[in-house]
Design a protein around this ligand. Structure first.
Ligand SMILES: [Zn+2]
Length: 234
């Protein structure tokens, strides 16, 4: 992927996230590590919506959170990204949003359950950061998030939001959408009354494996990207 291809992927990811309801004013951000220099990453700028990212306002940032290229304002929560990239060499993309049902789940004492197929994807694999409701504005707080994430792809910031970290931008975005959908189904199911027993762990693990294949994330992201483009034309 060329640098422009990476920027274009971030731009489309932002549009897909907004089209799918993961915007919260200008909050929320997404980043991608540069394949030819893994100690740098591209990141959405402050003061714009996720659907207003352009090649010109994407910042280049190092693993200490310093802007090394670009003139736009940097998100103060850059440390979520830099500290995860620092300790997770496998992670190429980090996303932070404020989706309603995910925040509701983060405020409960309940784990993500396999009450839906999306729930199965995250079964027993969600980190929880509980140090503060505030913005993640320091190296130490970012490191706390990275620690709470551990080896997983999903992290809830208690009463604040969702973080997804994975190997591709397609997987990161689709996981964020699936997480929020699963959290919504769980909220509705638990509000409706006693939920029935989950399926056995091996059944859940088999589905998790099947829907975690990289091409599944790409196929579904590409579909949402085509839908965004069709709407732009209309
Ligand atoms: Zn936030």
């Amino acid at each position: 992927m060329s640098h422009d291809d990476i920027k274009d992927a971030i731009i489309m990811a932002g549009k897909v996230l907004v089209a799918e309801g993961q915007d919260d004013f200008t909050r929320g951000h997404i980043s991608m590590r540069l394949p030819d220099n893994p100690s740098l990453f591209y990141m959405k700028a402050h003061s714009i919506g996720l659907d207003e990212i352009s090649r010109d306002n994407i910042l280049t940032i190092d693993l200490e959170g310093n802007v090394v290229a670009g003139t736009a304002r940097r998100h103060s929560e850059v440390y979520i990204h830099s500290e995860i990239f620092k300790v997770r060499a496998d992670v190429k993309c980090v996303l932070h949003t404020h989706p309603t049902y995910s925040i509701a789940l983060s405020s409960s004492t309940r784990p993500m359950k396999a009450l839906s197929q999306g729930g199965a994807l995250f079964h027993n694999e969600v980190g929880l950061y509980t140090d503060t409701i505030n913005l993640i504005r320091s190296h130490a707080m970012g490191a706390g998030c990275a620690k709470a994430l551990g080896p997983h792809s999903a992290l809830l910031l208690k009463n604040h939001g969702l973080v997804i970290a994975s190997q591709t931008i397609e997987e990161t975005v689709i996981r964020a959408l699936m997480f929020e959908n699963a959290a919504m189904i769980q909220a509705v199911a638990e509000a409706a009354g006693d939920t029935s027993k989950e399926f056995p762990a091996d059944d859940i693990a088999k589905l998790k494996h099947d829907i975690s294949r990289p091409e599944q994330f790409k196929i579904n992201f590409d579909y949402l990207a085509r839908r965004v483009k069709r709407r732009e034309k209309a």
